[in-house]
Design a protein around this ligand. Sequence first.
Ligand code: SF4
Length: 435
Amino acid sequence: MADKLYPTEPLKCWNKAKEIRESYYKDYTTAKEKGGIRWAGGAWSFDAIPAGLGRDVYSLTSEPYGASIAFNKEFSLKCLEAAEKAGYSRDLCSYMRNYWGSIILDQYLWGGPFPKPDFLWQDHICCSHAKWYQVVSELEGGIPHYCIDVSVGPYHEVNENRLSYIVGQMHDGIEWLEKVTGRKYNDELLIEAVNDECRSTSTWAEICVLNKNVPAPLDEKTMYSLYVLGTLKKHAREVADFYEELRDEVKDRVARGIAAVANERCRVMSDTQPPWGFLKVFRYLETYGCVSVGSLYTFGLIGMWEVKEDGTWGPRTTPQQKGISIKSRNEALRTLADWNLSKPEWQHFYHPGYKSDMMIRIAREWKLDGVMLHYNRGCEGLSLGIAENRIAIQKAGFPVMIFEGNMGDEREFDEARTMTRIDTFMETLGIKRTG
Ligand code: SF4
C-alpha cells in the first residue's frame, strides 16, 4: 500500500516575515539618514530597554548577523580568515569570529562599509558575551559599552536578592544610556516594549506547541526563518503582532490537517544552531519522510515556557494575560528581568541535567522517534554538556544520532559524512527512503 500523503501548502505570511527581516537590516543601515540612533548587542540583550530612548532607535543583533554571514560561505570564509589573521583563535564562537571579521574587513554583508553603532548594549551569560563587545568596541576605536551580568543561577533558584542584582544594573544602564546618547528616557516606551516582548516570546512558544500535532504543521528549517524575528527585536510590536498572525495561520493548518512534510512518518528534533551553510540536511531528511519538528534551541532561544496544570509544557502566561498592568520603570524592569531569567536556554548554563530534562520532555510531548544532536564546535555556550545530554536522552529510551560540525565555520562540517550518518540513523529507526 502506498504511504499516506498529507496535504501541504506554503505559509501565507511567509513574505511578511521576509519583509520584517529585510526592513530590520535596512533601518539599521539608514538610521543616521533619519537622525536615529544605532546600537549593537546580542540577541539575548534586554532590547526593550534602549526602546525607551525613542522610536528611531535601531539595533543590529550579533548572533543573527553572524549566522547570516555563515549562510554566505564565501564571505564567511573571508571574515573568519580576517579574524584569524588578526590573532583571534579558531576555537572561539564562530558567530563572533564572523562578526569581528566583518568589522576588520570593514565590509557589511549587505554591501558598503560596516555601519558603526553609537553604543553597545549587551548582557552576559555565555563566556563570550561581554568579550565579544569589548573587542567590537576596541576594533571600532572605543564605542561606549554596557553589559549586564545575568548569571544569577537557574530560574527555580531566583530570589529577591538575585532579581534585584539584575534590576539594579538595568536602572544604572538607563542612566548610562541617557548619558551616552544625550536623550531623555521615556518610561512609557519601555513599558510598551516590555509588554510586547512578553507577548511575542509567549506567542512563539504557543506556535511551537502546535507542532505537537501529527502531522507537524511546521518543520524546523521553516521555523528558523520565523523565530529569527524574535532574535532581531523581540520587544517590537510589529514582531508580537506578526507572531499572533502566524499562530492563527498555524492553528488553521492544524485544523485542516496541513503538513510541513507531506510524507511525514518519522519525527525528530535537532539541537543547538544548525550548520547554517548546510540547511539542505533538513531537506535530505524529508526524502525519508522525516520531519524535524524543532528543538530546544528553536523553541527556547526566545520562546518563554511554563509547566501547565496538566503537567505539559506550554507558553508562559504574560503579565497582561494575568491582568497585571505595569505602571512604573521599576515594575517594567522587574518584569523584564524575571521574564528573561526563565528562558529555557539560560537554564542549562548551570547544569546539563536541566537541558536533558527539557529535551526529554520535548521528545515525549512532541512524539519523537529520535533525536539528532549537533556537536557544534562553534558554540561553546549551547553545546556545553551535550555528551551528557546524549546519555540522558538515550537512557530515556530515545535513539540519538550525533554529527559534528560548526554553525558558522563551514571548514568544520563534513557534509558527505553527515548524510551517511543520517542514512544509518534512518536504518536504525527502520525507515526507508521514499523520495
Ligand atoms: S558561543 Fe554560543 S551562546 Fe556563546 S555567544 Fe557564541 S553563539 Fe552565543
